[in-house]
Design a protein around this ligand. Structure first.
Ligand SMILES: [Zn+2]
Length: 493
């Protein structure tokens, strides 16, 4: 792949420092990997019902690591009743250098089903896998690797030139996996302390093993709970079945009405909100290779299942169109499948929202539709949906994106793809808002085989190294290209 801009930085002192730092990183990469293993041993599950002491321990271990590599003003921050955040900075690049705000999170998802893990979830284990050697374990990729990338890059500069060309502020969150509930108010409270010229958020995925990507669009997410009630109590299906309507069948009819024959959302008014694709977007998407066979393999689709289609191609569909998923249904349980008519049936319905869609309006339309179509006069209650997140997209032009393209090309040996992500990352919007719209670079080390949130999560070790090298060059390229427009000057009273 060819790129149109020069790969070498015009400032030879900066590129020399970056080259030395890269050499150091490569020589000491095993140490960085070891640090990651230590972090990933801590079961810092932020979900309710899990011991919060582990999340605190993980915050403390993160603080120790940041201090060790040369960050200053390291603090474990207890903000309201949130799991602890970790803050640290390095401001010795001085007022003439720009400032980057670095983000990652130290909390993790629950391990899931023990019997499906091939290695223990909280014993990080090196093993061959897709792309080469991988580190298996909960949090190895999502997102303790993100912490490592930030730490290793600063350490490499300090151990070689004795200084870093960029001022750094780092926020490591402790509640990302439960929706970043306090992030908005946290960023508001610390807005001044966190001012920066660019944000580097390390918690996303590459396009494939060894194929780097910058994420420039995210879908949002709304969810509602729906309950259909037919009876005040469950009754015998032989004695009563026939005249008495079954709430499970009624719920099934309601749910089936949510999509059309092709699996597209059929709730009136929802798809109409989506912002049409621009020519530039379509051009960018054409650069993304899509192979149906590989896609099917990666996701693990059963043979014979057909891909649902909407929009010009599957890439656009994943990143720029909404999708509907029913994440849970309950009436009685499998082990209690008795011959009875259940009193109620329940489901959670979620929609990934696309650019242009108003999240609360989407939830309201969904609610109104279900209330309208429920059959046989049964009671229906639809709740939730008020706290949905909107979709996010950024125009990937300007010096910060130039810096990222050059840095990632140096780290990975190929230019990053500009990708969207079908998922939702609640922390992106608050950051963009709190920092007054400074460019946000979403860079990550996951890949399609990482299985974050599932069992056997893993990190491709060679990509962690490449991500660290990219980060070193990113610090240098940002120092070279961005002028400190806000950052430090703003802090002077
Ligand atoms: Zn994450």
């Amino acid at each position: 792949m060819s790129i149109s801009h020069p790969v070498t930085s015009p400032n030879s002192k900066l590129s020399q420092a970056a080259a030395q730092a890269e050499l150091y990183l490569n020589q000491h990469f095993e140490n960085a990997l070891e640090e990651l293993k230590q972090l990933a041993k801590i079961p810092s599950v932020s979900f309710a019902g899990f011991d919060p002491a582990h999340v605190r321990k993980s915050a403390e271990a993160t603080a120790v690591l940041l201090k060790k590599v040369g960050f200053e003003n390291v603090e474990v921050l207890n903000f309201e009743d949130a799991h602890p955040y970790v803050y640290a900075d390095y401001l010795k690049a001085g007022p003439d250098a720009p400032t980057a705000l670095l983000y990652a999170h130290h909390d993790v998802q629950p391990a899931g089903r023990d019997e499906l893990w091939l290695t223990p979830a909280f014993t990080p284990t090196l093993k061959e896998g897709p792309g080469g050697a991988r580190l298996y374990g909960r949090g190895t990729a999502d997102d303790k690797a993100g912490i490592l990338v930030h730490a290793a890059a600063l350490e490499a500069f300090l151990k070689t030139s004795g200084s870093c060309p960029l001022n750094l502020k780092v926020v490591i969150e402790g509640e990302e996996e439960i929706g970043s509930g306090h992030l908005h108010s946290f960023l508001k409270a610390y807005a001044k302390k966190l001012q920066a010229d660019v944000i580097i958020l390390t918690d996303t995925a590459n396009f494939d093993c060894g194929k780097p990507a910058l994420t420039i669009a995210l879908r949002g997410l709304i969810g509602v709970d729906v309950e259909v009630r037919a009876l005040t109590k469950a009754v015998h299906s032989g004695m009563w079945g026939g005249p008495v309507p079954d709430p499970v069948v009624a719920l099934a009819k309601v749910l089936a009405s949510l999509v059309d024959e092709d699996g597209r959302i059929a709730v009136p008014g929802i798809r109409e909100m989506v912002t049409p694709l621009t020519e530039e977007e379509i051009e960018r998407m054409k650069k993304i290779p899509f192979e149906e066979k590989l896609f099917r393999e990666q996701v693990g689709m059963v043979q014979g299942a057909k891909l649902l289609t909407e929009g010009p191609n599957p890439i656009a569909q994943l990143w720029r169109f909404p999708s509907l998923t029913i994440t849970a249904i309950q009436a009685s349980e499998r082990k209690e499948a008795a011959n009875r008519i259940n009193d109620t049936a329940w489901a959670r319905v979620t929609i990934r929202t696309a650019p242009g869609m108003d999240a609360p309006k989407t939830a309201a339309l969904l609610k109104a539709h279900m209330e309208k179509v429920v059959p046989w006069g049964l009671e229906i209650s639809v709740t939730g949906g008020e706290h949905g997140s909107g979709a996010w997209a950024i125009d990937p032009t300007g010096p910060a994106f130039e810096a990222a393209k050059i840095a990632m090309t140096k780290g990975y040996g190929e230019e990053p793809l500009m990708i969207g992500c079908g998922g939702s990352i609640p922390f992106v919007q608050p950051f963009a808002e709190a920092l007054g719209g400074v460019p946000a670079l979403l860079i990550g080390v996951e890949d399609p085989y990482t299985n974050a949130h599932g069992e056997n999560e893993s990190l491709l070790v060679s990509d962690l190294r490449k991500a660290c090298v990219s980060q070193i060059h990113l610090f240098a390229e940002i120092a070279e290209r961005l002028r400190p427009a806000r950052a430090l000057q703003k802090e002077v009273p």
